[in-house]
Ligand binder design. Structure first.
Ligand code: AMP
Length: 387
């Protein structure tokens, strides 16, 4: 796997796989442009080398024709153009005459963004299934391929692995380099005590990571809805809180195996997700939904965090979509931001929370890839990195 500086890019036509899988609101406004900003270093480097730049990215999942309207990369091309202060030509196609013509007419320093690569998924999952004809076509557009989409590097798709297999030279961009260098602080002999914070809703996606972390971490602090599955597995009342039923047995096994898992001791509860009036309870009754960690839990988690040297965090501590239940996540941000520790946030919702709450620069690293960083932590090789 080559890094960008290992390759002579002068005057080359480069295909860059970026990660513009950004959240859009119902009016198609970009809610968080962090991933676009994170792509600028590699793009600017290629501009300095007088490259012609062809950008590929996915945005969300495309399962039916109607999904296309809400998942176009057009708004991204506008934001990218603002950030670069330069024209970005958006092509509303993923292949064909429009694309060929635009690429053939490119001059040095021109930038083209093709439409969402996953539009190809409507045709027998050609992008996600790494269709070789599609991969060859995208590869034929350039001389060099740069993968800079960390968020999809755990997937073997036509726009990353496929293109790299069909082009003369490939390398990793600056964003992936930065991600790998920072995530090494967690995967390779982390400074101890090493504390992991896990939250969010689903355990089933994180089973591999949890199994691996049970051996690696000194303590695992669990909040979010995930905590209620563990509390239920312990035999405690969890009322109407969200439970990942299929992971109850796994949670029981983990609790039997280790005393490293630290669970909440009090809860912010209400009777619905939308209700903003709440109470704080040590024990949960039948109609209660646990929506955030309580103040005593924050104090308890703080004692572990203050004694740590390395912190990895994946998953919000509460139902943060309702502002009232953001407190636990915000308090942990505040605590961690004041500590002299290595602190890494593993992408996804937690990264959005940390960025939107204004703490991004106070963490050692905020990853752009939730699934990818979890798979790295699991000890897996990522196909998009081994190009
Ligand atoms: P995940 O995709 O598994 O990381 O979960 C993220 C989701 O978990 C976010 O939508 C959060 O709002 C949600 N979440 C976290 N804590 C809770 C909770 N106590 N009750 C309901 N949803 C929660």
């Amino acid at each position: 796997m080559k890094r960008i500086k290992d390759i002579d890019l002068e005057n080359k036509k480069v295909v860059i796989r970026v990660d513009y899988n950004v959240p859009l609101d119902s009016n198609l406004n970009i809610v968080d442009d962090n991933r676009i900003k994170e792509s600028l270093e590699t793009i600017n480097y290629c501009l300095d080398k007088n490259c012609k730049i062809i950008l590929l990215s996915h945005l969300g999942k495309i399962k039916k024709e109607e999904d296309k309207i809400k998942k176009s990369l057009k708004p991204v091309s506008i934001r990218l153009s603002e950030l670069l202060n330069k024209k970005v030509l958006f092509i509303p196609e993923t292949r064909g005459n429009l694309v060929n013509e635009a690429v053939n007419n490119m001059k040095s320093g021109d930038i083209i963004l093709l439409e969402n690569t996953r539009f190809e998924d409507l045709d027998e999952k050609k992008e996600s299934g790494n269709d070789s004809e599609l991969a060859k076509y995208w590869a034929s557009l350039g001389d060099v391929f740069i993968n800079d989409a960390f968020g999809t590097s755990h997937r073997s798709h036509a726009s990353n692995v496929g293109v790299s297999q069909n082009i003369k030279e490939s390398c990793l961009g600056f964003l992936i380099e930065k991600e790998l260098d920072n995530l090494k602080l967690i995967t390779d002999n982390p400074k101890r005590p090493f504390v992991v914070i896990l939250g969010g809703a689903k355990i089933v996606d994180k089973i591999g990571t949890i199994k691996n972390l049970i051996n690696k971490a000194d303590h695992i602090l669990i909040g979010g809805a995930m905590a209620y599955t563990f509390l239920k597995a312990k035999g405690l009342d969890t009322g109407a809180s969200l439970i990942d039923e299929e992971s109850l047995e796994f949670a029981r096994e983990m609790l039997d195996k280790t005393d490293k898992i630290i669970l909440p001791i009090d809860h912010v509860v209400s009777d619905s997700l939308e209700n903003s009036s709440f109470s704080i309870k040590d024990t949960i009754s039948d109609s209660d939904i646990g929506l955030d960690i309580g103040p005593e839990t924050i104090k308890l988690f703080k004692t572990y965090l203050e004694n740590s040297k390395t912190i990895f965090w994946n998953g919000p501590m509460g139902y943060y979509e309702n502002e009232v239940y953001q407190n636990g996540t915000k308090e942990l941000c505040d605590i961690i931001s004041k500590l002299d520790v290595i602190s890494v946030v593993g992408g996804g919702d937690t990264a959005s929370c940390v960025i939107n709450m204004g703490y991004k620069d106070l963490f050692t690293h905020v990853s752009t890839g939730g699934g990818a960083s979890l798979e790295l932590l699991e000890g897996k090789d990522l196909p998009g990195i081994n190009i």
